[in-house]
Design a binder for this molecule. Structure first.
Ligand code: ZN
Length: 430
């Protein structure tokens, strides 16, 4: 994409509502240079289409796409996160560079197909069967590049196999020996010739996978570098029990006490985090990433969203295990679980009582904040990342500009997605 593009759809999602007669101009740098009723000659007129900002998937492990359809039978009775993790480790042990590439590219293509234009890839499977060399880091970069998705590679530190335990089995493919070696590999990856769609952030897998000293060290260096930093927190009660037994504090309390929490820090899941710890974290600027489909599939539990909202905390969304890739499903299930629990309707409302636009904001603007990117809304200066909907698709029949977003979020999936644009490059599906 070398030239300026002027795009106009029948409707454009702008500042919280659908508006007609809006043109957006994308420059050669892949960013929006102008948007509004510009009166420009339209080169790309998208008839019977609505255009919205592309969805931001904050948390993915692309390789886990290989588990889809597996682990859903329970001949020995109920399973758990921990029995699922054994299946995931078996997949890890079987991965070659080729299968990792194929699974990851497949996952990234499916994300684009359902309207996700940007993914935060929480990447911890670093090594091939030799258990060293970080050869698989390049594979993920290649898969994202070839699929055409925007990616923030969240390069992930993983050093121990549980609090006070060595790595074992498939975990050896995650190994990072020390923060020094971690940053050396990070610099090697980030120093390669630039791809405008790929950027980098740092992660520590969890308090289960690093000593507190290494966690503090890597987070401090990521702050110094101005990077976003992500970590899994309190998805399972066992993690809280083990952490409290070892350090006298639950994981989130430990983060609040030991890290300089700010808007670049995202905690993923927080399923069992106390209201006090949640409020302290989000009041310092941290984001909470929830992954409703995966959390439901794994039987994790229900996070205390009321506590996050009471402190005006930022919630964003991730697809995590990629057992199903459908952002509208994640959006509505975030709301539905709270409805089921509260026996009421309209839980995650905004100031005007709207649910879908609030969920959509979590899946776009809040995700962009978590990943440190200028995207998630159609505005001058932002990345030209869009999703378009087919207004003639039967599942949307009966729409009006006032009901279209609600109908999309609550009633449809990837079946109405017409195409996506990533930094000015279009992918069409219909
Ligand atoms: Zn995860």
């Amino acid at each position: 994409m070398n030239d300026e593009q002027v795009v106009e759809a029948d409707l454009t999602w702008l500042e919280g509502s659908f508006r007609p007669n809006i043109q957006s101009v994308t420059g050669a740098d892949g960013r929006i240079s102008e948007v509004g009723p510009l009166g420009r000659t339209t080169m790309n007129r998208l008839a019977d289409r609505a255009i919205l900002p592309g969805l931001v998937n904050v948390h993915s492990h692309a390789f886990q796409r290989g588990l889809r359809g597996l682990g859903e039978r329970f001949p020995e009775g109920a399973g758990s996160f921990w029995t699922w993790r054994e299946a995931m480790y078996r997949l890890v042990e079987s991965l070659s560079a080729e299968t990792l590439y194929d699974l990851s590219r497949q996952a990234f293509r499916e994300m684009l197909r359902c309207g996700i234009t940007c993914v935060g890839e929480f990447h911890y499977v670093h090594h091939d069967h030799s258990g060293e060399g970080f050869a698989l880091d390049e594979i993920i970069l290649n898969a994202a590049r070839d699929a055409g998705i925007r990616m923030v590679l969240l390069q992930t530190y993983y050093q121990i196999g549980g609090i006070g335990r060595p790595l074992e089995g498939g975990q050896r493919r995650f190994r990072c020996d020390s923060p020094r070696k971690f940053w050396r590999q990070f610099d090697r990856l980030a120093g390669q010739p630039g791809n405008p769609r790929i950027s980098f952030g740092a992660a520590v897998h969890s308090v289960r996978a690093a000593t507190i000293a290494d966690l503090v060290s890597i987070h401090a260096e990521s702050v110094r570098r101005g990077l976003v930093f992500h970590i899994h927190v309190e998805e399972q009660r066992r993690e809280i029990d083990d952490c409290t037994a070892a350090y006298g504090l639950a994981p989130m309390a430990l983060l609040n006490q030991r890290l300089e929490v700010d808007e670049r820090l995202t905690a993923v899941h927080c399923t069992h985090t106390t209201p006090e710890d949640l409020r302290a974290f989000v009041q310092s600027g941290g984001s909470i990433c929830l992954c409703p489909t995966t959390e439901g599939n794994l039987g994790d539990g229900i996070p205390d969203i009321a506590a996050i909202r009471s402190a005006a905390g930022v919630i964003c969304l991730g697809t995590d295990s990629n057992v199903r890739l459908c952002p509208t499903e994640d959006m509505r299930w975030l709301e539905y679980v709270q409805r089921l629990r509260s026996e009421s309707r309209g839980v995650l409302t905004d100031d005007e009582g709207r649910v879908a636009s609030n969920l959509f904001r979590m899946a776009t603007e809040s995700g962009a904040r978590s990943l440190g990117l200028n995207c998630g809304s159609i505005a001058a200066g932002n990345l030209a990342d869009f999703v378009t909907l087919d207004l003639k698709a039967p599942p949307l029949a009966g729409w009006s500009p006032e009901t279209l977003l609600d109908g999309w979020v609550f009633g449809t999936g990837e079946d109405v997605v017409d195409g996506v644009c990533v930094g000015g490059t279009w992918h069409r599906f219909r």
